[in-house]
Design a protein around this ligand. Sequence first.
Ligand code: NDP
Ligand code: A1CAB
Length: 276
Amino acid sequence: MNVLVIGGGNMGMTYAEAIAKSNFLTAGSLMIIDQSKEKRDELRATGLFEVHDQLDTCLSRADVVLIAVKPVHAAALMKEMKPLISTEQLFVSIMAGVTIDTIKQGLDAVKVVRAMPNLPAQVGLGMTSFTGSDEVSRLELAAIEQLLDTTGRSINLTSESEIDASTGISGSGPAYIFYFMQAMMDAALKMGFDQHDARLLVGQTFAGAVELFNESTLSPEDWMERVASKGGTTRAALDSMDENNVNALIQEAAYAAFRRAEELGKQTKGTEAKDG
Ligand SMILES: NC(=O)C1=CN([C@@H]2O[C@H](COP(=O)(O)OP(=O)(O)OC[C@H]3O[C@@H](n4cnc5c(N)ncnc54)[C@H](OP(=O)(O)O)[C@@H]3O)[C@@H](O)[C@H]2O)C=CC1
Ligand SMILES: O=C(O)[C@@H]1CCC=N1
């Protein structure tokens, strides 16, 4: 199977590296293209894949095409791709919000998988949700699942609305964790720790808590109870968060991302995306 990744930014590069380092493809069957010369030089320096400057040297050779450009660039890219593709090819888009119908129409393609990965894919701990158009066979979907799993774990969802929802949880989610970490680091710095120690205290606390959660079937709430002694320090912190409605605010943030994914879907329908 020949795979072409279009867009060698954060996610495209991550996928290309993960696929190249896995045993999923035979040597020489992974190609990547980016519009920026600087990115192409960076990609060539890895020595892991064939790097292309032009679609006409690589697109028609690909069985699977992974589209990893920003939603705002989708329309222009699809216009460029359309004369070069065939209906046998399978297109996997990781663009937030951009719907399967938009891609089918934009490319005149039939086999489309829409996927939503996340950045921890860079360290093999990615979480990707995906769904395919009716024309994608079970066998093809299973092969795509294997491809996506080179970056971590995946979940096959049944509707695009669930893909938009998962964008608000796992796609954008790593940034919420970093937001929380930044707030904890800010507090540590205010308490007098230096940058190095604040980073260690926060990083190891997150790593430990996540490990406990993943190694058990307990809920986060159960774990909170195990940390909080009656009348103790943790209860003071948790009460403060509850009084300030932090849970509701985090949920609202996740919904904001979900709604933005839906908006991007509408904006990219048949026209150029406005932003994103
Ligand atoms: N970052 C993340 O955590 C996640 C991102 N995504 C999705 O992944 C996609 C990519 O995001 P990300 O990697 O962060 O974005 P980046 O901007 O880092 O990467 C996109 C790359 O594609 C290049 N590009 C744009 N148009 C073309 C074209 N026509 N042909 C070839 N290359 C092109 C861009 O070049 P230039 O810089 O010159 O524009 C850029 O190098 C987005 O659609 C996003 O929604 C999904 C989940 C998580
Ligand atoms: O912020 C974004 O639009 C992309 C999609 C999910 C994570 N990053």
